[in-house]
Design a protein around this ligand. Structure first.
Ligand code: AMP
Length: 282
């Protein structure tokens, strides 16, 4: 039966709630999101439930990870529907601060990261991971969960967050959960709602291209050749490719050959005004 989650809008009220669970010795999981929840997000919540007695889901569209040219203003906001979905999953608490709670006047700190934050997403979005690392660090310090669940859908982000937590001694395990896809293979994303019908029909080509590329590499094609094929296939299908790369799955260091380590294929490409990202293991 659905049980409405408690809604905390301030750090103080979040901490008061979490403190009670802590005092009772209960394990706590957190799922940070920007809302507009879909089945991908909900799978993270289910994973959180399996890992801990209590689950906190944060809903916060973080302005500092958007460039002025990006979609902060038009990013979908569906708070009531989100809370209904979370109630059905018996989430204990929704943390939904407003911008002034997270960034009060005089806020002056930003985490700067190298390593997994370099290249790939950072080429087109150089502001992005500083904003993500800072807000996730704040959320983890505000809530103090034992574990936080992030989607492999945003694979570089998952590694950035894991590295940030390790480097800054944030006492929280960062757990990655698999990408949830539509029936035709398109990775679920709140931004898929931006796609026109025509672009929506083309969008699954992104995942199919990743699959074909992984097969080529596993069957012995050179990585460079397989990526050239992929790029050209995407362009022919109407995508404007930002990058498609094969990287070391744990460090995101460049890789030249199968056998140099576990490989992750990562892609970002535009369909019209919508930028899609996806990734798979080889
Ligand atoms: P967002 O609200 O887009 O910032 O995403 C919040 C969390 O949900 C992040 O950890 C994402 O990686 C994760 N996520 C988004 N889409 C999916 C998906 N299709 N499958 C699994 N996790 C996802």
């Amino acid at each position: 039966m659905a049980r409405k989650p408690a809604i905390a809008q301030t750090v103080k009220s979040l901490r008061a709630r979490v403190a009670k669970w802590r005092a009772a010795g209960e394990r706590i999981a957190m799922v940070p999101t920007m809302g507009a929840l879909h089945s991908g997000h909900l799978s993270l919540v289910e994973e959180a439930h399996r890992k801990a007695k209590r689950t906190v889901v944060s809903i916060f569209v973080n302005p500092t990870q958007f460039a002025p040219s990006e979609d902060f203003a038009r990013y979908p906001r569906t708070f009531r529907e989100d809370v209904k979905k979370l109630a059905e999953l018996n989430v204990d608490c929704v943390f939904a601060p407003d911008v002034s709670e997270m960034y009060p006047a005089g806020f002056s700190t930003r985490i700067e990261m190298n390593g997994p934050a370099e290249e790939l997403e950072s080429v087109a979005r150089p502001h992005f991971f500083g904003g993500v690392a800072t807000i996730v660090c704040k959320l983890l310090l505000q809530c103090g969960p034992d574990i936080a669940v992030f989607g492999e859908k945003d694979y570089q982000q998952l590694l950035v967050v894991r590295t940030m937590a390790r480097d800054l001694d944030v006492p929280c395990t960062i757990h990655g959960a698999p990408t949830v896809r539509e029936a035709d293979g398109l990775a679920m994303s709140s931004r898929n709602t931006y796609l026109s019908a025509e672009h929506r029909a083309t969008a699954p080509v992104l995942y199919r291209t990743l699959i074909d590329t992984a097969i080529h590499i596993r069957e012995g094609s050179s990585i460079a050749w397989a990526l050239r094929e992929a790029r050209s296939n995407l362009s022919i299908s109407g995508f404007k490719v930002d990058y498609i790369e094969a990287r070391h799955a744990e460090t995101l260091a460049p890789l030249n050959r199968l056998g140099d380590g576990p490989i992750r294929l990562l892609v970002a490409a535009w369909l019209g005004r919508t930028r899609l990202i996806d990734n798979i293991p080889v």
